[in-house]
Design a protein around this ligand. Structure first.
Ligand code: NAD
Length: 248
């Protein structure tokens, strides 16, 4: 029980096979009360109901500042406190540089990067007041290797931006005892990737992964758990790879 007595907010945790949903389950198993924030309000409420009555689901578009503030007020009121924020929501689009329209660029950067800022801003005053907090932000191996299989250059740019944003927040918020870290997963089998991989593609990708398999949502959830818990009490501004050794 690594999170007993703690309350966590996780964005992008409605999708059934997603990393956020697996994280919500793991956090609840470890004793946390969880608020699931997602664009899909029904999905968020259903996911929370599956966890039990101590948890709640809230509809929230992380690209909308007013939504983020409202969701934060609702989560803090219902949970009584928020110790952990997991900025997990994200979307991808598999296109090449010349195919990126300005509205695609804006949408991908908005959800993957601006959403991290807006939702963090909504919880920082509360965390500052309590002089405690752990914020974890979702980046990607795409930020590090300049391209993924399912994300375009705009996705790589946004996820790289998350790394800089998280480090800057870690530096600024350290004196308030708020830790901020990032995770950089490799290829994880979820709805973003699922169904789009042929057997040939899968075999080809696995050749480049020393651990010899694709990632599961729970592989990433366990890293979020480490970052959320006191096990990582002296870790801030860090970037943790969860990629089976893809970058070695
Ligand atoms: P997913 O599609 O299963 O989950 C994403 C969730 O985010 C969904 O529930 C969706 O409704 C929600 N969402 C989308 N836009 C939103 C918005 N504007 N506001 C609030 N919620 C929104 O995908 P996943 O693979 O679990 O992805 C989770 C995160 O992990 C994303 O940030 C993704 O970019 C990142 N990531 C995934 C992989 C991978 O291989 N699956 C690898 C690296 C990073």
């Amino acid at each position: 029980m690594l999170l007993a007595g703690k309350a966590a907010v996780i964005s992008g945790a409605a999708s059934a096979r997603g990393i956020g949903r697996a994280t919500a389950r793991l956090f609840a198993e470890h004793g946390a009360r969880v608020a699931i924030l997602d664009l899909d309000e029904q999905g968020a409420m259903q996911a929370a109901a599956e966890l039990g009555e101590r948890h709640l689901g809230i509809g929230c578009n992380v690209t909308n500042v007013a939504h983020c503030r409202k969701a934060a007020a609702q989560a803090i009121a219902a949970l009584g406190q928020v110790d952990i924020l997991i900025n997990n929501a994200g979307i991808s689009q598999p296109v090449k540089t010349m195919e990126i329209a300005p509205e695609d660029w804006a949408r991908i950067v908005d959800v993957n990067m601006s959403g991290v800022l807006y939702l963090s801003q909504a919880f920082i005053p509360h965390m500052r007041e309590r002089r405690r907090g752990s914020i974890a932000c979702m980046s990607s191996v795409s930020a590090q290797r300049g391209g993924g299989i399912f994300g375009g250059p705009h996705y790589s740019a946004a996820k790289a931006g998350v790394l800089g944003l998280a480090k800057a927040m870690a530096r600024e918020l350290g004196p308030d005892n708020i830790r901020v870290n990032s995770v950089t997963p490799g290829l994880i089998q979820t709805d973003i990737t699922g169904g789009k991989l042929t057997d040939e593609m899968r075999a080809d990708i696995i050749k480049g992964i020393p651990l010899g398999r694709l990632g599961e949502a729970v592989d990433v959830a366990r890293i979020y758990l480490f970052l959320a818990s006191d096990l990582s009490s002296y870790v801030t501004g860090a970037v943790i790879d969860v990629n089976g050794g893809m970058l070695i």
